[in-house]
Design a protein around this ligand. Structure first.
Ligand code: MN3
Length: 202
């Protein structure tokens, strides 16, 4: 089985009080875990990397494209999501991403407002993303379910999971409050690593 559920890079209670321990455990072990298990039901794909599958989703045969979109996307998206959070993180952004935030969005407060509004207005399940588009622009977008911007050539730099399973135990229906508090977990070092990779793309 080449696709593996990596352990969380911190204990399940490490992001409290912003994300509770039980949510992290269920979200990682069962939600993310089931995406990995379902992805491994396609042995013919196990010689390809997850990045390759997601990047080239639209060239997969139709009968498996939907499964890879959902389960491969679920594995890919959550693998990013866990790494861009960290205990005792958050606060003002640091590093080169500050330049993007200031030049494209004006300042960090405007950036957060636009990101949170996009997440709050997203209908149903999905993720909100900061991406470097295929033509080199920086945009905030939301996509449904486990769809990933990388399938359209847009490199994911930062994302937040707005599925109810990500916040319901602590925040119930108050998604905007979750979006606001989530910034206390953002690992700017990891965001800057993803930004640096995005700059090396053609
Ligand atoms: Mn999720």
């Amino acid at each position: 089985m080449p696709f593996k559920l990596q352990s969380l890079p911190y204990p399940t209670d490490a992001l409290e009080p912003y994300i509770d321990s039980q949510t992290m455990q269920i979200h990682h072990d069962f939600h993310h875990g089931s995406y990995v298990n379902n992805l491994n039901k396609y042995p013919e794909l196990q010689n390809r990397s997850l990045d390759d599958l997601i990047r080239n989703l639209n060239s997969l045969p139709g009968e498996i494209r939907t499964a890879i979109r959902n389960h491969g996307g679920g594995h890919f998206n959550h693998s990013i999501f866990w790494t861009i959070m960290y205990p005792n993180a958050g606060g003002e952004p640091t590093g080169e991403i500050v330049t993007v935030i200031d030049e494209v969005f004006g300042n960090f407060e405007n950036f957060k407002t636009q990101f949170n509004d996009t997440g709050a207005k997203h209908f149903g399940s999905g993720f909100v993303w900061l991406v470097r588009t295929a033509d080199g622009k920086f945009e905030i977008v939301s996509l449904p379910n486990q769809d990933c911007p990388w399938s359209d050539g847009h490199y994911p730099i930062l994302c937040n999971d707005v599925w109810e399973h990500a916040y319901y135990l602590t925040y119930q229906n108050r998604r905007p409050e979750y979006l606001k508090q989530w910034w206390n977990t953002v690992n700017w070092d990891a965001v800057n690593e993803r930004y640096a990779i995005s700059q090396r793309l053609s």
